[in-house]
Design a protein around this ligand. Structure first.
Ligand SMILES: *Cc1c(COP(=O)(O)O)cnc(C)c1O
Length: 423
């Protein structure tokens, strides 16, 4: 595989940006390679600057549920551009997107549009603190909620493979307000509530943890979180930045039948453009400025172009619920192929799959939590990554990321991927 043009761009980038990238996991550091620079992408394929084509299972880390450059989304965006890129004033489009979200996710009684998942989770926590008048929050080890100071504690994904569980530059006094529990471990949650009576503003969780690979909640775990937060007057925040509009149009909360107090969305909700949302109970959200005292703002919030991409994407998903069945079926076929690979090559592999999200861990442990995820052989992952890349298949350059199936993955794409996986 010729990657000379990528290598050249990478050398230039190294001098311009830390590690040559604008988000750490793009650097391919944990698979011991240099990043490919992308030229364009269409449907299920991504093309690098040297003309290599790959079947893409990263899907821009989640947004690409319809595949790349979906013609209807692109057309809507092109039309919207002509009318102006940003106004800094309200538009009917924001109503349309918020209305769609509330139709699909009834717990979203009132919401705010923002520009990134990080902004959404940070703002949701501020709203919860303002509402409760409390400071402490609970998060789970291995769950990622963006890179705001208080949430960069034991934070999964890039932070896992790069061995920076706690970022430099985060004041200890911030981190102290963040209590860390273990996913799928009720006792760890109980203990924190008992030891911090009437001090917990919120508990934030990825209802399906998708930043330590893919770890589903055990039976009853989310119900337990709903109960214990309600008993303690704490706000339950579902971070559905990945799972929202992915595990079905109503996200994880619909799939598991739990109503959180607040929810954050990102990735899919912007249809590939910078857009995220936080919202939930009116009683909490009306405390946000200008109606309330919790300040939160954004020059480009509800940007008309990003909003257009989000609306079109959600409309397509709403009109075509069969997409969800199709992508789940394909994810199941891929999961099966990993099991076959394990048998054929006599290597330990354990696959977790929820809807169109899956992750194959190079371990013989049944991965149910963060400690289980960490048993994976990341060297074996790096080899697997290289093998797939050489065969024209692009998966996440890290063990602790999900593999995403999109509506653009054809039967032929899946067949080809299975062939490579089981060779
Ligand atoms: C990606 C992600 C975020 C952060 O979103 P950004 O848009 O990258 O800031 C937050 N929470 C979860 C669960 C995510 O997967």
């Amino acid at each position: 595989m010729n990657i000379s043009r990528s290598e050249e761009l990478y050398r230039t980038a190294l001098d311009l940006m830390p590690g040559g990238v604008n988000s750490p996991v793009r650097a391919f550091g944990s698979v011991g390679r240099n990043p490919l620079f992308i030229d364009h992408a269409k449907g299920s394929r991504i093309y690098d600057v040297d003309g290599n084509a790959f079947i893409d299972y990263v899907c821009s880390w989640g947004p690409g549920i319809l595949g790349h450059a979906h013609p209807e989304v692109v057309e809507a965006v092109q039309k919207a551009c002509v009318d102006g890129l940003t106004f800094g004033a309200p538009t009917g489009k924001e109503n349309r997107l918020a209305g769609l979200i509330r139709d699909f996710v009834p717990s979203m009684e009132m919401m705010r549009l923002v520009s990134s998942g990080t902004e959404a989770t940070m703002s949701a926590i501020r709203a919860a603190r303002g509402y409760t008048g409390r400071d402490k929050i609970i998060k789970f080890k291995g769950c990622y909620h963006g890179h705001s100071d208080g949430l960069l504690v034991q934070a999964g994904s890039a932070a896992l493979t790069q061995s920076v569980p706690d970022s430099a530059g985060v004041p200890a006094s911030y981190a102290m307000q963040t209590l860390v529990a273990l996913f799928n471990d009720r006792d760890s949650v109980r203990e924190l509530f008992e030891n911090n009576k009437d001090q917990i503003a919120a508990l934030i969780v990825e209802p399906v943890a998708a930043n330590m690979g893919v770890v589903p909640p055990e039976e009853g775990f989310l119900e337990f979180l709903r109960e214990i937060t309600a008993e303690n007057g704490a706000v339950l925040i579902f971070d559905e930045v990945i799972t929202g509009f992915r595990l079905g149009i109503g996200g994880a909360q619909e799939m598991y039948g739990i109503k959180p107090d607040l929810t954050t969305f990102g990735k899919i909700v912007g249809g590939g453009m910078p857009m995220a949302v936080y919202g939930g109970k009116k009683e909490i959200m009306k405390n946000v400025a200008p109606t309330g005292k919790v300040y939160q703002a954004g020059t480009l919030s509800g940007n008309p172009i990003a909003t257009t991409a989000g609306i079109k994407t959600l409309e397509i998903l709403g009109d075509h619920p069969e997409i969800y069945l199709r992508i789940e079926q394909k994810a199941k076929e891929l999961a099966e192929a990993f099991r076959l690979r394990s048998v054929k090559r006599q290597i330990p592999l354990h696959v977790n799959q929820v809807g169109s999200l899956l992750c194959a861990y190079f371990t013989d442990v049944d991965v149910k939590d963060y400690a289980g995820a960490l048993t994976s052989d990341t060297k074996a992952y790096a080899e697997y990554f290289g093998e797939l890349l050489e065969h024209g298949i692009y998966v996440a350059p890290s063990q602790f990321e999900a593999m995403f199936v999109s509506g653009a993955h054809s039967d032929e794409d899946i067949r080809r991927t299975i062939e490579v996986l089981t060779a």
